[in-house]
Design a protein around this ligand. Structure first.
Ligand code: AMP
Length: 392
């Protein structure tokens, strides 16, 4: 059985094609900087790796190029070889508490829930539609990132606003990145041989969230009603005082929608640095002495550290802090800045171990009060397994 797992982010599309009989990855790759100058894709397996620059106006472009390339590269001989496609979906509202087989209704719901995830759900729907056009008889599954966070207590998922907003309009915290946090909790439990762990899972990518996990279950998470909430992100503001919105609307003559778009697309690292949403560019800017890049990084680090502190208290201590996703897995400089600020809790980094990339690695010093690990996420495998289980 061959399952393709799709993870379309706001500016990226990751795919993995699995042979589920052997768990072998037949091909995987990344289309990046979608909609940004310098877009490119990488397709690789154990025998080759190709990287090409190509114009990627939107996600539709990426899907078409991906499927055609798999045939051209002889990874599959025909589209029929793909038994199922699993799509990671950021937001399933209140309706989807588990993965489901894709129907027209599911696609309509994903579009409907775009209010909750304006950067992601439209991209997911475009991807699903493109795949269904090319593979009309192939079953597809959606794996919702909101599902893992359904174990939060009401006092954690509700906002202190008029209760009828929750009852009438479903205003509550939903969280996101659940597939990744679930995978990380499972993986670190395997590594440490324990299920009874208090984990602070830091998923730091273009979008980022931190989740407090106890005994494998989500207790609290930084993203909220939408993935705009929580820590400072690539283009997203994270938490702000909501009174800023009507104030800026009046001062700048902007509509509510325009202000929220600016909070989603023009804020975060990009908004503060004025240089880029990409943390590699920010790190480069810091090296060149760009003060606004330094400020953007300081604000990012501070937002991460504050939530780690909050969850440390909420969990009553912490056995292990994990770092994952683009920044969390790759940027040893960012990890060091974060961990150095946790010194008051007795959490210490092993600078030599912190150089490790691309594998599960303990990066805390031996006398650190909490363990710190880098754990590469594998949302693709989780998605493929859920897809296989549902289409069997
Ligand atoms: P993701 O959304 O998980 O794909 O992560 C994207 C983010 O990871 C972007 O901000 C990238 O700049 C960042 N990233 C990827 N590789 C590196 C690296 N080697 N060093 C620093 N940041 C990186």
């Amino acid at each position: 059985m061959k399952i393709m797992s799709i993870n379309a982010g706001s500016s990226s599309l990751k795919f993995s094609l699995f042979n589920m009989d052997t768990d072998e990855v037949l091909a995987s790759g990344l289309f990046e900087r979608i909609g940004i100058d310098g877009s490119c894709y990488t397709i690789k397996n154990s025998e080759f790796k190709i990287k090409e620059e190509v114009e990627l106006k939107d996600h539709s472009d990426a899907v078409k190029i991906l499927l055609d390339k798999l045939i051209e590269l002889k990874i599959i001989s025909s589209y029929d070889e793909i038994d199922g496609v699993g799509h990671r979906i950021v937001h399933g509202g209140d309706k989807y508490t588990k993965s489901v087989v894709v129907t027209d209704e599911v696609v309509d719901d994903i579009i409907k829930f775009s209010d909750f995830a304006p950067l992601h759900n439209p991209a997911h729907a475009i991807c699903i539609k493109a795949f269904r056009e090319v593979l009309p008889n192939t079953p597809m599954v959606t794996v919702f990132d909101t599902a893992f966070h359904q174990t939060m207590e009401k006092y954690n998922y509700l906002y202190a606003v008029p209760y009828e907003w929750y009852e009438k309009y479903n205003v509550r915290k939903y969280g996101a990145h659940g597939t990744s946090h679930k995978y990380i909790a499972k993986k670190i439990s395997e590594v440490l041989g324990r299920d009874d762990l208090r984990i602070i899972s830091c998923h730091l990518g273009q979008g980022g969230s931190i989740t407090a996990i106890k005994d494998g279950k989500c207790i609290d998470t930084t993203m909220g009603f939408t993935p705009l909430a929580g820590i400072v992100m690539g283009t997203r503001s994270g938490d702000i005082d909501p009174s800023i919105i009507p104030y800026v609307m009046e001062k700048a003559g902007m509509s509510a929608g325009e202000v929220v778009t600016a909070l989603n697309k023009k804020s975060g690292l990009l908004g503060i640095s004025g240089v880029s949403s990409d943390s590699r560019d920010i790190e480069e800017g810091i090296k060149e002495g760009n003060e606004r890049c330094r400020l953007a990084q300081d604000m990012f680090i501070d937002s991460v550290v504050r939530f780690i502190g909050e969850y440390y208290l909420e969990l009553g201590g912490c056995d292990v802090i994990t770092f994952t996703a683009g920044i969390g897995e790759n940027s040893s400089a960012t990890r060091k800045e974060i961990i150095d600020k946790l010194a008051v809790l007795g959490i210490k980094i092993d600078e030599e171990a912190n150089k490790t990339r691309g594998e599960v690695a303990k990066i805390s010093a031996d006398d650190s009060t909490s363990l710190v690990y880098v754990v590469p996420t594998n949302e693709e495998l989780m998605i493929a397994m859920e897809t296989r289980d549902l289409i069997k």
